[in-house]
Design a protein around this ligand. Structure first.
Ligand code: NAP
Length: 311
């Protein structure tokens, strides 16, 4: 049991987890980081990252995450491949189960991120990153002068539709009902924007394209009339919500109504002393690689200070 004990364990290998590892390792805490099911996190599913400071020509998402991993390894972070299946935060040391292994730690940093929800259509999967995206801030720029569609009627969809009008010729907001869910203020902005057309009562029938060109068109179906029409869009931004990866912490940590971890204002402290949360798992608002990295740094500093106070 003793050899499976670490001062700090970090869960998740997105920008938050790796940044926490770099800071914790440089503070000589010899952290262990458990990768999670998708090593490198959400950025490995995007292509070019153009808004991470320090890369004036942009950087491939996978390359960026490999660099972060190498930087964490350079300072002797221990990487464990696997997914956690259970945690016990009711007493210290905290217990983390990953596969057949049980690890214990004095401080736990949770950076398990969030997963974008997709429709689940086969044609949607086929054109992921080749027309289909779940992040307008990451990929919108590539659709300069083109027509795109945004799916959803919540604040994210409204915000992404408005944002995309900075580059795109036309933005179709495709919503399955005849009323938007997003805030009134955001709705007003969308209604006033001449570049946005709302396609009410409609769902995606098929993402159309070919292997050479990627997505070339979008077929949507009116759920009231059954009519199918083509929008002529070369991009589709799915904005039907994110799911924070917090299932395993249910009942143990305070969460908001959407299951995001709640942290104390201005810190990464969760409702359990010694457990810290950073990145998208505790952020439904900004959800950027750079903000995740920033809170990852905060979590490592918070953990280091908290550990120092325990002696
Ligand atoms: P959301 O509020 O849950 O909205 C999701 C939207 O996607 C809804 O309009 C929903 O339709 C639609 N949808 C869900 N599943 C679908 C499916 N299978 N097919 C078609 N449409 C589907 O999610 P969100 O917009 O990501 O927002 C999440 C939270 O973050 C909210 O509390 C939001 O207020 C907040 N947020 C705030 C800001 C801000 O303050 N600036 C920005 C972004 C997000 P229905 O309406 O029919 O259910």
């Amino acid at each position: 049991m003793e050899e499976n004990h670490r001062k700090v364990i970090i869960l998740g290998t997105g920008p938050a987890g790796y940044t926490a590892a770099i800071y914790a390792a440089r503070a000589n805490l010899k952290p262990m980081i458990i990768t999670g099911p998708q090593k490198g996190g959400q950025l490995t599913t995007t292509t070019e990252v153009e808004n991470f400071p320090g890369f004036s020509k942009g950087i491939d998402g996978n390359v960026l995450m490999n660099e972060m991993e190498q930087q964490a390894l350079r300072f002797e972070t221990e990487i464990v491949f696997g997914e956690i299946t259970a945690v016990d935060l009711t007493r210290r040391p905290f217990k983390v189960t990953a596969g057949s292994q049980i690890y214990t730690c004095d401080a736990l940093i949770i950076a398990t991120g969030a997963s974008a929800r997709y429709l689940g259509l086969e044609s949607e999967t086929r054109f992921k990153n080749r027309g289909v995206s779940a992040c307008a801030t990451c990929d919108g720029f590539f659709y300069k002068g083109q027509k795109v569609a945004v799916l959803g009627g919540g604040d994210t969809a409204l915000e992404e539709a408005s944002y995309l009008t900075n580059f795109c010729e036309k933005v179709y907001l495709v919503h399955r009902r005849d009323e938007l869910r997003g805030s009134k203020a955001m709705q007003e902005r969308v209604f006033k924007n001449e570049k946005i057309d709302i396609v009410w009562d409609s769902v995606v029938e098929e993402v159309i394209g070919d292997d050479a060109k990627g997505m070339t068109d979008l077929a949507v179906k009116n759920v009231k009339t059954g009519e199918i029409k083509r929008l002529g869009t070369t991009g589709m931004f799915v904005a039907i919500g994110h799911t924070p990866n917090t299932k395993v912490f249910k009942g143990m940590l305070e969460m908001d109504p959407n299951n995001y971890l709640v942290t104390r204002s201005g810190s990464t402290k969760t409702s359990v002393e010694g457990v810290f949360a950073c990145g998208d798992v505790a952020d439904s608002k900004y959800r950027q690689a750079v903000t995740a990295a920033g809170t990852g740094c905060m979590a490592a500093i918070d953990a280091e200070r908290w550990l120092a106070e325990q002696v």
